[in-house]
Design a protein around this ligand. Structure first.
Ligand code: BDR
Ligand code: CA
Length: 320
């Protein structure tokens, strides 16, 4: 199984991604680190432990990291999207495993070193922890196999401002640092995650299976669907941001279109702050591909991942 570390802000869709990975036999989820985003880093760590416990994975170390962005501000918690507790206001039992003593940044570096170049990194949250890890260990990109980031919007509108998506826009300075480093980098932006949709049929199929993990997922989706139905989609359902990025990181979903592009982040204080700036000129015009292209940007997938997500979640053990 491929070793993978997920840095997240658990979050309804982060929770689904965690369940997906924890239930994937070809993935060795080595550690999970959390950062302030959808909710505070500590709350995200507790949520993560609770969610992993639903599938019996109390063995995975979970460490909390940065609560403030690189420039010291608090992220705007997304309680209107993910509920007051981050996981759709579903109340789960207190976790039996504790949040690790280690700092998230140390856990990222340590896990990378131990995996001997084989570690896949997946970031589904603001990039503060990864930026801090790069400051502490500038060789981090050489120590990992690849980095997959859910974030940004190329042709799609932003979701926290007209141009900015939450994971990039909540800490643009961190994102700029991470994107400038020398990773084998894949970006999974809103352009694709908004088009892979969970629906009320997803909830029905999860509930029908009836395992604790499936029932949790179905219930957590209620709050998430409320938000999407109100402002983001013309039907009751949701995007599938972080699980899609997880499946791409694991090689389970192969994008239809993922050109190598040069990407940057706007860090100025104007209306474009936090926007991902992808140079798509070689894609649409006759410009040559840029020699300094620094990421594969996923611009098209087949829209069928949600069915596979449900299938994977339905491999979880039903309650005794
Ligand atoms: C991203 O922001 C968060 O709210 C979600 O968990 C996802 O990672 C989507 O913009
Ligand atoms: Ca997230």
């Amino acid at each position: 199984p491929q070793p993978l570390l997920m840095d997240c802000d658990t979050g309804v869709d982060d929770a689904l991604a965690l369940l997906y990975l924890a239930l994937s036999p070809d993935v060795d989820l080595r550690a999970v680190t959390t950062v302030g985003g959808n909710t505070a880093a500590r709350q995200a760590a507790v949520n993560t432990l609770q969610v992993l416990e639903l599938v019996g994975r109390t063995d995975i170390p979970v460490a909390a990291g940065a609560d403030r962005t690189l420039n010291g501000s608090l992220p705007h918690y997304a309680t209107h999207v993910h509920g007051d507790n981050g996981i759709g206001n579903v109340q789960l039992p207190a976790p039996t495993a504790p949040v690790a003593d280690t700092d998230a940044v140390d856990l990222i570096i340590e896990t990378a070193r131990q995996a001997d170049g084989a570690l896949s990194l997946l970031a589904t949250a603001p990039l503060t922890n990864l930026a801090l890890a790069l400051r502490r260990e500038p060789r981090l990109p050489e120590l990992v196999r690849h980095l997959t980031v859910m974030g940004g919007a190329v042709h799609h509108p932003g979701n926290i401002t007209p141009l900015a998506e939450a994971n990039i826009g909540n800490d643009p300075e961190a994102a700029a640092l991470v994107l400038a480093a020398d990773w084998d980098l894949t970006i999974v932006p809103l352009d694709v995650t908004m088009r892979e949709n969970l629906t009320t049929a997803t909830q029905r199929d999860l509930l029908a299976h009836g395992s604790p993990a499936c029932v949790f997922a179905a219930r957590a989706l209620d709050v998430y669907f409320d938000f999407h139905e109100e402002v983001a989609l013309p039907f009751r359902g949701s995007a599938c941001h972080d699980p899609l990025a997880a499946a791409i990181a694991a090689g389970h979903v192969v994008p239809r279109l993922a050109p190598r592009l040069h990407v940057d982040v706007e860090t100025g204080d104007g209306p474009a702050r936090g926007a991902l700036v992808a140079d798509t000129r070689a894609l649409y015009l006759s410009y040559p591909e840029r020699a300094d292209a620094n990421a594969r940007v996923v611009l098209e997938t087949d829209g069928r991942f949600p069915g596979r997500l449900v299938e994977r979640l339905r491999t979880s053990t039903p309650a005794a």
